[in-house]
Design a protein around this ligand. Sequence first.
Ligand code: SF4
Length: 349
Amino acid sequence: MEEYRKVLTNWYNHSKRELPWRGSEDPYQIWVSEVILQQTRISQGTEYYHNFLKSFPDIKSLAMAPEEDVLKVWQGLGYYSRARNMHHAAKTVLSDHKGTFPKDYLSIRKLKGIGDYTAAAISSIAFGLPYAVVDGNVYRVLSRLFGIYTPIDSSAGKKEFYELAQMLLDVTQPGEFNQALMEFGAIQCLPTQPLCDSCPLSLKCHAFTHQNISDFPVKSKLKKQKERFLNYLYLHNGKNLFLKKREEKDIWRNMFQFPLIETTSRTTPEEFFESSDWKDLFKNHSITIESIFPERVHLLTHQRLYIRFYSVKLEENGSPEHLIRIEMDEISKYPVPKPIELFLLENGH
Ligand code: SF4
């Protein structure tokens, strides 16, 4: 984790954007900026930030203002409950905390409209408390860096990502580090076109090294995706490799693949070797099963593929029916699906 921390901090020092609230340790200003930016682009949010602070320069002035005035300043920003909640919270600070912003996480978290994210941001940036923030940017960055398939909108995912962010947090400078991670997600590890070529973490990034960046972050609707169980046979005789063209109306149409046996549910290798498809394929052939690889998951937009590769050696000169026989080193000429491409790369092709 230390290396990630160092790289991210270094990156932040050189690459962060200059924003009006950057560098402020005033909890009120940090709170205002965080709430405004929750659903708003920075360019629009900056103007509202300045106007809001001009109208309500401190928490007392906000608490004392009529609600219409607060909503008027908020006008055009949308999600008006944010303004109403801030107004309510400011009144609570005035009545319950003598007008001083509370300095501990739990008291901050209790204020109306302040959730885990905003409480962690204020606690860490204003008070240097070791609470990790987990916003959309952080989910995206962590899921890609560490290859986490747990859906980010599930309770298991929330727990897992929070724990990871907490482990990664630089407790010697939690505010700076939280901002570094969020900023990294906002301008480097972008949602659709992350800047991997200039990323200082690319060699340590799971998604980049596995070339499956668009798979992350995973959302729970993917749980309802169709699940398929693909067993690919890396079938060779030492000199030749056997392929099949995908001609059916299905994913990867017209690409080439290893002989495939698809099952309707997950099978253990023992069950698989007992299946009729396996027996039919090799009924007239002599083979050796060389390796059984661990199952891997490959996500497509509407399908979740569970894939297991089997390396099988054909101990004779013939070819099983309907398969294309090629020289081993010719495989690079054939268009193959991504999981097969990765398998070949991992296995020295
Ligand atoms: S290599 Fe790309 S996907 Fe990975 S952290 Fe960097 S920008 Fe994000």
